[in-house]
Design a binder for this molecule. Structure first.
Ligand code: CMP
Length: 483
């Protein structure tokens, strides 16, 4: 409690006491006059009588003065106990003291002011009232008695750290009153837990004078020696602030984890209420110790199997199948086994879903394709409607027209089912043409035929450049081959 608040409270208390005493004194000295006045106003045998009313007012005034007196007595008694014997009485004990002394004083005043009333009989006949009151005060009384049992058992005291309730509130106990336990959390919030709730829930107590332990976790790479790690970390944390000197910290392997070796440091604190700071300090010390000792924290790791690819991305395992496929393509029949292998290495495989477009008419293109697995359909668009020109199966090729002439793609090519195609680029084909000039001729023959097919489907007449000779010279020009 801060000094000004204490002074304010005292002044307020003294002022209230002075007013109450003055009021009581005045009423007492004027009581007979008030009684006479009431009797003259109320007439004969009124109920309640004027004397009863005056005495009731007296009782109220005495009650107020008595309450203030008991509060003063309380402050004096427990204040002295604290000053002389250093006994800090719990709030609950102070409250009980106030209630008991006040009740005794009130009953004495009641008996003196109302000597004719049989208090025992009054209390007995008010049993029903007592039941009603009891029900209404069920929670309050539950808290009150739970508070008494907490005080009697003393499982924890003001200043201890506790964790309580289903929500696991953790903080330092500030007060145990007749109604609730007040704790201050480590985020400086105040949490009030009703005594009756606290009595039902498990409470974890970290007593102030007790050597409470904490665990801090860390890990290392599997290549770091456990003996060295344990020694380095133990030495690093043992002298950290708030780590108790009475028990040496324990460092041990907790688990052989997925990513590395998991360790825990178990250490004991002088002041448990500062465990957050101390945990952080321990982690910091471990980091620096690791740096000095060349130890490594473990990152999440994965075992990777690296797949080696040949140039252009054809998988090693598929190389044979691809070479076999290419050697079965009729235009590549004149190529030697080595040339086929080179071509296979240059080929890039692509997989298309059913109905996916492999080639779009009008696009530029500088590669041709061999159907490795599946089927494709060659389509041209006529008056906005798709017309199928040809269906190509495994071992057939397409896309050669744009590749060999440099013109845009002449048709759409779509996968009919899941289809794998092998793409062969300009450079690889040029190599083949350089060593096999005759190939150009057989190719130009096939292309001329295909152009004829296209012309018949699209009603566009075949031109001179669509003839075999025209295509042959176009290819030679495009690839810079001798005419
Ligand atoms: P390109 O013009 O590069 O792209 C579309 C491809 O469809 C074309 O090369 C040919 O490979 C192919 N194509 C065009 N017409 C026919 C046809 N009549 N028969 C088979 N394939 C064709």
């Amino acid at each position: 409690m801060s000094r000004p608040r204490f002074t304010n409270k005292t002044i307020l208390f003294l002022a209230a006491s002075a007013i109450a005493l003055l009021a009581t004194y005045l009423f007492w000295s004027l009581a007979d006059d008030v009684k006479a006045l009431l009797e003259s106003r109320m007439g004969a045998s009124p109920s309640p009588s004027a004397e009863t009313i005056v005495n009731a007012v007296k009782l109220i005034l005495v009650g107020i003065v008595g309450y203030l007196f008991v509060r003063a007595l309380n402050a004096l008694f427990f204040g002295l106990a604290f000053r002389l014997k250093r006994i800090d009485a719990p709030t609950l004990l102070r409250n009980i003291f106030t209630i008991v002394v006040f009740t005794i004083l009130f009953l004495i005043a009641f008996t003196l002011l109302f000597p004719k009333v049989n208090l025992g009989a009054l209390l007995t006949t008010s049993a029903i009232f007592g039941v009603i009151l009891g029900l209404a005060l069920q929670d309050t009384l539950g808290n009150f008695f739970a508070g008494i049992s907490l005080q009697a058992d003393r499982p924890f005291q003001v200043g201890d750290v506790i964790t309580v309730g289903a929500q696991r509130h953790t903080g330092v106990v500030e007060e145990i009153s007749w109604r609730a336990i007040k704790i201050r959390t480590f985020t400086n919030h105040v949490v009030l837990i009703a005594n009756s709730n606290a009595a039902r829930e498990p409470i974890e107590v970290f007593p102030r004078g007790n050597l409470n332990a904490r665990q801090v976790l860390f890990n290392t790479l599997y290549t770091d020696s456990p003996a060295k790690t344990i020694h380095v970390v133990r030495e690093a944390v043992r002298e950290a602030d708030n780590v108790s000197e009475k028990v040496a910290p324990i460092v041990r392997i907790r688990n052989l984890g997925d990513h590395g070796v998991d360790y825990e440091v178990k250490y004991w604190l002088d002041d448990y209420a500062k465990y957050n700071d101390t945990d952080a300090l321990i982690r910091q010390r471990i980091w620096y110790a690791f740096r000095r000792a060349g130890l490594n924290f473990a990152y999440p790791t994965r075992t990777l199997y690296v797949e080696r690819r040949t140039s252009q991305g054809v998988r090693d395992g598929d190389g044979g199948a691809i070479a076999e496929r290419l050697s079965a393509v009729d235009i590549f029949a004149p190529l030697s086994a080595d040339e086929i292998t080179l071509l296979a290495q240059a080929a890039v495989s692509h997989v298309f879903a059913p109905s996916e477009t492999v080639i779009r008419a009008g696009d530029p293109g500088s590669s041709m394709f061999v159907v490795h697995k599946g089927r494709v359909r060659v389509q041209v668009s006529e008056n906005g409607r798709a017309r199928t020109v040809a269906t190509l199966n495994e071992g057939d090729f397409f896309g050669e027209m744009a590749l060999f002439t440099g013109e845009p793609r002449t048709a759409n090519v779509l996968a009919l089912e899941e289809t794998e195609v092998l793409e062969i680029g300009h450079a690889a084909m040029k190599r083949v043409f350089d060593t096999n000039p005759n190939l150009v001729e057989s190719l130009s023959f096939i292309m001329a035929e295909r152009r004829q097919g296209l012309a018949s489907q699209t009603d566009s007449p075949a031109t001179g450049s669509d003839s075999k000779a025209g295509i042959l010279s176009a290819i030679k020009r495009f690839f810079g081959l001798h005419q």
